[in-house]
Design a protein around this ligand. Structure first.
Ligand SMILES: [Zn+2]
Length: 140
């Protein structure tokens, strides 16, 4: 089940607008969010173009959350945030995905709700590559 307007389904230019694929996980893909006001911010996107958590089987949902957990562990190891925030929105995108947003005490938006895209901090290609390498090294 794929949607030809969806960055998670299509990759390429559509994904390039906001993210960089790091790797496939069991039933999802791990994506680095280009806007890096929260260092290490990632997305775990389910493999199919389904809108809701209730649209997949118990087994698929458990595997999806195992992927989220695996990604969160890597983020904790790689960046030592004080807290990881999680957000699953998709009002307009309609492709099941979870934002993993590392928060740092006294850092940006600490103690508050993270913005969908603050559009403040983008990195160089080399910096993205370094960050992706770090996350890959910390994935079990
Ligand atoms: Zn999709």
């Amino acid at each position: 089940m794929k949607d030809n307007q969806c960055g998670y389904c299509q990759g390429g230019e559509l994904l390039d607008k906001f993210g960089i694929k790091i790797c496939d996980l069991d039933v999802s893909q791990l994506i680095l969010f280009k806007e890096q006001s929260h260092p290490g911010r990632c997305i775990v996107a389910y493999r199919d173009h389904v809108s809701e958590i209730v649209d997949i089987s118990d087994d698929e949902r458990n595997r999806f959350f195992a992927d989220v957990n695996r990604a969160a562990k890597a983020i904790h190891r790689a960046f030592s945030p004080d807290k990881v925030n999680y957000g699953a929105y998709g009002d307009t995108g309609c492709h099941l995905h979870v934002h993993l947003v590392p928060k740092y005490r006294d850092g940006f938006e600490w103690g508050g709700v993270f913005a969908m895209n603050p559009e403040q901090k983008y990195l160089s290609e080399a910096e993205y590559a370094e960050m992706i390498g770090k996350i890959r090294d910390c994935l079990e």
